[in-house]
Structures are given as structure tokens and as C-alpha cells.
Write a new protein. Structure first.
Length: 382
């Protein structure tokens, strides 16, 4: 049987609809579409383009299924219609599809940036940061429209224009601060090990020492050994009261014991996004809407987390309405594309970056430019 790559055919037409129709006419109604890709190259200036479609010919899926059955006889044995083997095939084809999509994007990037190798290098460097390559290529296209090829390419000016284009996709929010006439409850949530307690202590200390805010703590992390004691130490240093909450139903009662506090910081226990029962416990943190109290929910994430895992964490913790994000451990990575892509796609505002353990130091207000520039420089620069 020929290799899988030999069975992949490409078809080009003026529109995606025409390309798909032509592919099915040539290779069968059951031809499996692996990718579609709009190609521009020199025709872009004329306002023309074409669409390239990669397909597997009709009957190939069955042939590959038979091949996988031979290679995995135990998987096929006893399964009706080779169901388990088909799962293996499906995973194989999915990987192949992703590979082909990447190759198609690489070809398109070379087409678009063929005359400027330094920009092609920049594209690959940013893609290597973990950015979504179709969106990245779209940003390159958008910026290139404002450059006159005849006058030569100023790479530094292009980088600044690209930075401006990219940073528009990141939202930042103001600091977590007290508001005159409004008491506020700020709940910190997130997975284990991201530094929620230390981050919360930094913010509370900053508000107390630099802005004369009256702060207090509610300690809910009774799972982790010495977590409450750690928070007690921070509270003592800051001079802030602290109450321990053993049950979410106690929050409103405990809050009433802190009548003079403008900001009450709530330290929750870290949770695995895969531990559904404990994730669902967070629902109990929703305040009664009749309570005259403002509540903000802040999700704390590590800059070292991969994009797919950031998405999983966000989806899990969204049992509470998330008002903003704090990104920790920015000093422990040189790859910021995952965090950038996550924040850009989910449109969640980011408020702070942290880069160490010192309280109240090692924390800065986040800006879109700060994060976007880190894509180019591999470092958050306060």
C-alpha cells in the first residue's frame, strides 16, 4: 500500500466552494478534507487569490483502516467493524491533519514574506513562542499593507507596527483597589502551585502601605498544611485582621466581623481543573445578590502553563464569573505566546504580573504592551 503522504492530493480553485466541489469530483464524494488554505503570493496586489484543498481519496479511509487492523491485530480482534482500530486511525489522521495545516501555513508565510527573509525569521520566532499561526500571519498581512515595498523594508519600524497591531488584542484592567463608599470582597481562585497566597499578600500590602486602604483576609485554604499560618504571618506584618472560613456558607458571617475593612481578600485552596467535585465546590462562593457587597473573582495563572492547559483551567474555573487574571512566575519562562494567545482569545483582562516571592515587591501592573513586547524579547520588562 502506498504511504499516507502519497495519498494526499491537492486541488486549487478560485473559491473554497469550487475547490471542494472539484476535489470531490476528482477523488470521490467520500474524499476526506484535511486542510484548506488561501494562497495569495503575487496575485494579492491584483486583488486575486485561490484556495488550496488537501484531501485523502475516496476509499483511502477504508484502506488505512485495514492497514491499521494488520498493524494492531489485538485492537481489531473482537471489535465490531474495527471500532477500536478506527479510533487509532482517527488519532493518526488528526495528527496528520495538524501537520499538513502547519506545512500549509509555512508555505503561505513564505509566499507572503518571500522578499523579506528577516520578517520570515521574525514570523517563525513568534510562532515558536506558541502564538496561533493563522492569526499571527493575519497580523503580518495587516501591517504589511501599510509598508511600501518599493522604498525598502525598515525591520525595526515593522516590528513596532506589528507590536502595536498585536497589543490591541490584549485587555488590561486597573489595579485591585478600594473604592470610596464601597466595600469589596476579592476572591482568588486557581490551580495548585501558582502562588495565589503570596500574590494576594503582595496586593494587600501594597493597598495598605501605599494607599492607606483598610484590608483584611479570609482564609479558606484549610487543605494545605500551614496555609492558614502563612496567611496569618502576612496579616500580622501588614497589620490586617484575618478570619478563617471552614465552609463557604460562612463567608457573609465572617465578613460581618470585619466591619472596618475596605478590601477583604479571600484565599481559596488550589484545585486541579480535573477534580470536578472540588471545582464544583466553588459555586458556593457566589454571594447572595441581595447582599450589599461588591465581589470580584480573580483567577491566578502561571506564565509557565501551556496554552491547552490554560484553556482547560479557564473552562473549569468558570463555574464562577471571572473578572480578571493575574499571571505569576513570569521570571520562570522565556515563552509568552501561550499566555498571550489565551488572554487574546478569551478577552479576559489581566491586572498584574508577578516575578518573585518578595512581599510587597515583585509585582507590577500589567499592560498590553508589556506582555506583547515579551513575545519579541522573551522577558517581561516592568
Amino acid at each position: 500500500m502506498p504511504s499516507k503522504n502519497d495519498l494526499i492530493k491537492t486541488v486549487r480553485a478560485r473559491t473554497a466552494k469550487e475547490a471542494l466541489a472539484l476535489a470531490r469530483a476528482r477523488y470521490g464524494e467520500d474524499a476526506l478534507v484535511l486542510y484548506t488554505n488561501t494562497r495569495w503570493k503575487l496575485l494579492e496586489k491584483l486583488g486575486l487569490s485561490w484556495v488550496e484543498v488537501g484531501v485523502l481519496k475516496e476509499g483511502v479511509s477504508r484502506a488505512l483502516l485495514e492497514e491499521e487492523a494488520q498493524n494492531h491485530p489485538q485492537a481489531a480482534h473482537g471489535r465490531v467493524n474495527g471500532q477500536e482500530t478506527f479510533s487509532v486511525l482517527k488519532e493518526d489522521l488528526t495528527s496528520l491533519k495538524h501537520l499538513l495545516e502547519k506545512q500549509a501555513l509555512d508555505r503561505e508565510a513564505k509566499d507572503v514574506l518571500a522578499d523579506t527573509p528577516e520578517l520570515l525569521d521574525l514570523f517563525h520566532a513568534l510562532a515558536g513562542q506558541g502564538m496561533h499561526t493563522p492569526s499571527l500571519l493575519g497580523a503580518f498581512r495587516s501591517v504589511l499593507k501599510d509598508f511600501d515595498a518599493a522604498s525598502g523594508m525598515d525591520t525595526d519600524r515593522f516590528k513596532e507596527a506589528l507590536l502595536y497591531e498585536l497589543k490591541r488584542h490584549i485587555r488590561a484592567r486597573g489595579p485591585l483597589k478600594a473604592e470610596r463608599g464601597h466595600r469589596k470582597l476579592i476572591v482568588f481562585i486557581g490551580p495548585t502551585g501558582v502562588g495565589k497566597t503570596t500574590t494576594m499578600a503582595k496586593l494587600a500590602a501594597n493597598q495598605s502601605l501605599n494607599h492607606d486602604a483598610r484590608v483584611a483576609f479570609l482564609a479558606m485554604d484549610t487543605y494545605r498544611i500551614a496555609a492558614v499560618e502563612q496567611l496569618r504571618i502576612y496579616a500580622k506584618i501588614i497589620g490586617a485582621p484575618i478570619e478563617v472560613v471552614n465552609d463557604p456558607q460562612e463567608i457573609e458571617t465572617k465578613f460581618s466581623l470585619l466591619p472596618w475593612s475596605d478590601l477583604v481578600f479571600v484565599d481559596t485552596a488550589g484545585r486541579s481543573p480535573y477534580d470536578e467535585p472540588r471545582i464544583l465546590e466553588l459555586r458556593a462562593l457566589k454571594l447572595n445578590p441581595n447582599v450589599p457587597l461588591r465581589q470580584e473573582v480573580v483567577m491566578v495563572l502561571s506564565a509557565t502553563t501551556a496554552y491547552d492547559e490554560l484553556i482547560r483551567v479557564y473552562e473549569a474555573f468558570s463555574v464562577l464569573p471571572i473578572d480578571g487574571v493575574i499571571v505569576t512566575k513570569v521570571d520562570e519562562t522565556r515563552r509568552f505566546g501561550d499566555v498571550w494567545r489565551f488572554l487574546a482569545e478569551k478577552k479576559i483582562p489581566v491586572s498584574h504580573f508577578t516575578f518573585g516571592q518578595k512581599v510587597p515587591d515583585d509585582i507590577v501592573m500589567a499592560t498590553p504592551e508589556m506582555l506583547t513586547r515579551a513575545l519579541f524579547e522573551g522577558k517581561i520588562r516592568p
